[in-house]
Design a protein around this ligand. Structure first.
Ligand SMILES: Cc1cc2nc3c(=O)[nH]c(=O)nc-3n(C[C@H](O)[C@H](O)[C@H](O)COP(=O)(O)O)c2cc1C
Length: 267
């Protein structure tokens, strides 16, 4: 069996699989059936468009079985005002309740975020969830250690060190959890894939009542500070592609303050 097979008893010969294949891997035979091109298995990057588009489920992709491809339920309507409000009202949460979140809730959110697009559908990201609040604090402390060692520390960051010394946590905001996405060192789209996945995670988390904030300091220091890298303990050859603080928000925001108008040039 080839990578893609077409069931001729159900195929409607509508050509949709060929139309949506991003790398043009379908020909049409004399009877009008789509034919997966010889050698296409090397080029196909398993995006799943052909499986997703076929209205008669006539196409089987060996690596993307129909049985594992859930049907889209068109009766589930997304309310656009609600979706827009979710996206506009998401905020960086920096005050968290101390109680940890149920692992199942975090896992459910990752399950949504893993549908985020990745460059050439590489799906290179792995997830690390620090569940133990004390461990999150230890990581924040290592970020502060790195800042302390910088002789040319800008005043803003020097203030962060002072805050830490006074019992505050300007780095990970005493979040109970930290979510890290990581990928192979040689993956050129690590930052982009990480940002997209975590952006989806943020929205899915906000929709479930959780709060997140980008852990930019930790992401930055993780690139350059071996003790933090060791503490993160990522697999050999992996580096951080993005990180978010996570927990239940202590407060609920009431308004959506204005942002700069979009700078758009229409041509
Ligand atoms: C890449 C990135 C890194 C960030 N790093 C931090 C950080 O280390 N600490 C922090 O408190 N906020 C961090 N933020 C949050 C921004 O300050 C925040 O998104 C911005 O002020 C807009 O506010 P909002 O997210 O509530 O809409 C980061 C945001 C991004 C996108």
């Amino acid at each position: 069996m080839g990578l893609v097979t077409i069931d001729h008893t159900t195929c409607a010969k509508d050509g949709l699989c060929g139309d949506v294949c991003p790398v043009g891997l379908f020909d049409t035979n004399t009877e009008g059936f789509p034919v997966f091109r010889a050698g296409g298995e090397q080029i196909c990057f398993d995006c799943g468009h052909c499986v997703a588009i076929c209205p008669s489920s006539a196409l089987q992709h060996e690596r993307l079985p129909l049985a594992q491809s859930s049907a889209i339920d068109r009766t589930l309507k997304v309310s656009l005002p609600a979706l827009d409000q979710l996206m506009e009202s998401r905020r960086s949460v920096r005050e968290f309740k101390t109680e940890p979140l149920p692992q199942a809730l975090i896992h459910q959110t990752i399950e949504v975020a893993r549908w985020a697009p990745t460059a050439v559908n590489r799906q290179p990201l792995s997830w690390l969830v620090i569940q133990n609040p004390a461990e999150v604090q230890r990581l924040a402390g290592l970020v502060v250690d790195a800042l302390r060692q910088d002789a040319d520390l800008p005043p803003r960051y020097a203030a962060f060190v002072q805050m830490w010394d006074q019992g505050m946590d300007p780095v990970l905001r005493k979040a109970p959890h930290l979510v890290v996405v990581h990928g192979p060192d040689d993956w050129a789209w690590c930052a982009e894939d990480g940002a997209i996945a975590l952006s989806q995670f943020e929205l899915a988390a906000a929709a479930r009542g959780m709060g997140t904030c980008w852990a930019g300091f930790l992401m930055h220091i993780a690139k350059v500070y071996p003790p933090l890298q060791a503490a993160l303990g990522l697999p050999e050859g992996h580096s951080v592609c993005g990180a978010l603080m996570l927990g239940m928000p202590k407060y609920r925001y009431q308004r959506i303050p204005p942002r700069n108008p979009a700078k758009v040039e229409w041509r």
